[in-house]
Design a protein around this ligand. Structure first.
Ligand SMILES: [Zn+2]
Length: 231
């Protein structure tokens, strides 16, 4: 979990060049699909390639198929248009230091000042609290918040039994989908622990998190035929 951070001044980084590139991407995707109706359906599914103004913001929509939506307090994230305004090139792995229900509760508390995009429960249930479009305050560092997707895992850094098979599998599936979505390599440079965020005093996910096993699972999921990170 992360400390709170300032939320002022979300300076856009878009230039004309980027608009041109985006228009090309969208045009290309549309041309590849036969009819206008199909194109629209396909485009709404490929939201991360759309210019911000056209991105669907449907209440309760999730970015990972099968995730349950429980919205975090808007005080715990900043609305954005990623990956257009900020490039997404990191997954940050966290451990909640508590149960799933209490983590959800604090992320819904506007006074908490922090929340992650996702929580993976001990039984593998994935809950999304913040759209990947938006900047969640989970890393305790503004730049890392802007560039990353934060995934919490129910449990305690000191308790190896927190990290169940079901949790590893579900989390790896989620991380593989995120990596696929943003063209992120599956490696330890791009998939990091909160402990590795510069300047942090947090230790999660801790010594019991099995990085070798996790990366192997993510690679395996990434090789599977696309079942959709997009929901
Ligand atoms: Zn953390």
């Amino acid at each position: 979990m992360g400390a709170s951070e300032g939320r002022a001044g979300a300076a856009g980084k878009d230039g004309d060049g980027r608009l041109g590139r985006r228009a090309l991407l969208v045009g290309g995707a549309a041309a590849a699909v036969g009819s206008a109706v199909l194109a629209r359906q396909e485009l709404s599914r490929l939201w991360w390639r759309l210019p911000g103004v056209d991105r669907p913001r449907v209440a309760g929509a999730v970015d990972f198929r099968g995730a349950r939506w429980v919205g975090a307090s808007p005080a715990n994230y900043r609305r954005a248009d990623r990956p257009d305004d900020y490039r997404v090139d990191r997954v940050v792995v966290h451990v909640t230091q508590g149960g799933y229900a209490s983590a959800v509760k604090v992320f819904q508390d506007p006074a908490h000042g922090a929340a992650a995009h996702y929580i993976v429960r001990e039984d593998g249930q994935v809950t999304q609290l913040i759209r990947e479009l938006d900047v969640a305050f989970h890393a305790g560092d503004r730049e890392y918040n802007e560039r990353s997707v934060g995934i919490e895992h129910e449990g305690f850094v000191t308790d190896a039994s927190s990290f169940t098979d079901a949790m590893y599998t579900a989390s790896a599936r989620l991380t593989a989908a995120v990596c696929g979505r943003y063209g992120m390599p599956v490696d330890r440079e791009h998939i990091i622990g909160h402990v590795e965020v510069p300047g942090t005093d947090h230790t999660d996910p801790g010594p019991h998190w099995d990085w070798d096993r996790y990366l192997e699972l993510v690679r395996r999921e990434a090789r599977r035929p696309r079942r959709g990170g997009a929901a």
